[in-house]
Design a protein around this ligand. Structure first.
Ligand code: SAH
Length: 228
């Protein structure tokens, strides 16, 4: 990829990215690896060019099909919560979206799988991650409610959309000691949850209120222009 496009200019430049990282530190993000990934990942390449000048604002932005790219603070918070007890080796992400969170995780874990139910978003993320050299990530057009059994068990699972309850399949696909970080709730009230699989069952921790798009079952396969 063109060097200037990758590093960004003006509102997508290194200085703008540094300011975002500074804000995340002020908001309590501590993990240096996570902060470095946020600094080095070109978020402007994951969104529409018309929105590129807002790429390093700490906000969610539309990516089409009624979905949003996650807010950098939330991406950092969830990644930090997932990694808190040490490095991870085999991770599942549900809700690839534009692939931004995927790119952050790709820099931190050796085996990464990600599922997206909207085919057009899945295809776009696949192309972008390839262009950025994240070739060890495996993406799938599928329903994350089912998890991805073939590569289980996972020592980390991250879900970027909110169901009313934690899906059973995702709990079953966690390795002993494995962690699941996800929002749970309805459209008005959601909480970020971390579930750790222990010998005797699942330990749940509440990490604070959040606002995500809903986790929906079933696939969207129309690759036409609907929603854009
Ligand atoms: N981290 C992504 C977040 C995208 S929003 C980003 O930064 O771009 C959440 C995504 O979850 C949407 O793309 C939505 O289509 C997807 N999603 C919702 N329900 C899903 C399901 N059951 N399986 C897989 N993906 C799902």
């Amino acid at each position: 990829m063109n060097e200037q496009r990758l590093s960004g200019v003006g509102m997508t430049s290194a200085r703008t990215r540094d300011r975002l990282v500074q804000r995340l530190i002020e908001q309590g993000i501590r993990n240096p690896q996570v902060l470095e990934c946020i600094r080095s990942t070109p978020r402007h390449l994951f969104i529409d060019e018309a929105l590129a000048s807002r790429a390093y604002e700490d906000t969610a932005l539309p990516i089409g099909f009624g979905q949003t790219i996650s807010q950098p603070y939330i991406v950092a918070r969830m990644t930090e919560a997932l990694l808190e007890a040490g490095p991870l080796h085999n991770v599942l992400e549900v809700g690839t979206g534009c692939g931004y969170q995927t790119a952050i995780l790709a820099a931190l874990v050796p085996r990464l799988y990600s599922i997206e139910r909207i085919e057009a978003l899945h295809l776009r993320a696949q192309q972008r991650l390839q262009e950025l050299g994240a070739t060890h990530v495996r993406l799938r057009h599928g329903d994350g409610y089912e998890g991805w059994r073939a590569n289980a068990p996972y020592d980390g699972v991250l879900v970027a959309a909110a169901p009313p309850e934690v899906p059973e399949a995702l709990l079953r696909q966690l390795a002993p000691g494995g962690r699941l970080v996800m929002p749970v709730g309805d459209d008005r009230k959601q909480v970020l949850l971390r579930v750790t699989r222990r010998d005797g069952g699942y330990e749940r921790e509440m990490l604070g209120p959040v606002s995500f798009v809903p986790l929906q079952s079933g696939l969207v396969s129309d690759t036409g222009t609907a929603g854009r």
